[in-house]
Design a protein around this ligand. Sequence first.
Ligand SMILES: [Zn+2]
Length: 250
Amino acid sequence: MDRRGFLAGVGLITVGGAAGAGAGIAAWQAGTAEGPTARTATPAGPGAYAAPVTFRAAPSARIVALTIDDGPTREWTPQVLAILRRHGARATFFRVGQRALAAPDLVTQTAEAGHEQGNHTWAHDDLTRHDEAFDLGSLERTHELLASLTGRPPALCRPPYGRIDSVGLAACAGLHYGVTLWSHHVTGSNPVGGVNVILRRGTPGSIVLAHDGGPEPNAGLIKQLDRLVGSLTDSGYRFVTVSELLAAAA
Ligand SMILES: [Zn+2]
């Protein structure tokens, strides 16, 4: 939804100019099927009632985190791993559970190379469009699979599309997850531009999003990821996992 649509949805802009605050609230109530507390959710599990959300961090060291979503895939994951190996870089891979099930060896290989595995739901599920039981099931099933493949339970979730609300956050809190968003995105449609922005404006603590599955990966993206990791490494940056970045910035 664009900004105007959002404002109209919450009754902050009206047509005709005669409406005051009361009409705004009436419009809001009329425009939504849910009451104001419809998405109340309670974390399950012993004592986890917070899920910190991170866009970027502010470490004192020159470190950044590269995050790779939507895989693993036979076509793209090995190419990303080769780039990381070539530059001595580490990354965090947010896995779609059903893709991990289809290519478990790639998950194991990635973990053995020192990269972190995060949870990106079972089927790239939009956490805001399902109920609490569905969201928790999607995340738990992926959690168990990644834990069994790597011997390390994931500690981070990236919500597909960056979409999360109280229900998804409660599921993440119950799993003791941090929620990792991003500060920069290298897309498949304009990877040169995306990398240029990071080289110009990236700072220690930047969290970069790219993909090894879904519609985005292509040869141009892979080439530009190589340029990004190489250029930043040459200028004294180190690529670390998100958990390492968060620990360094704590
Ligand atoms: Zn995704």
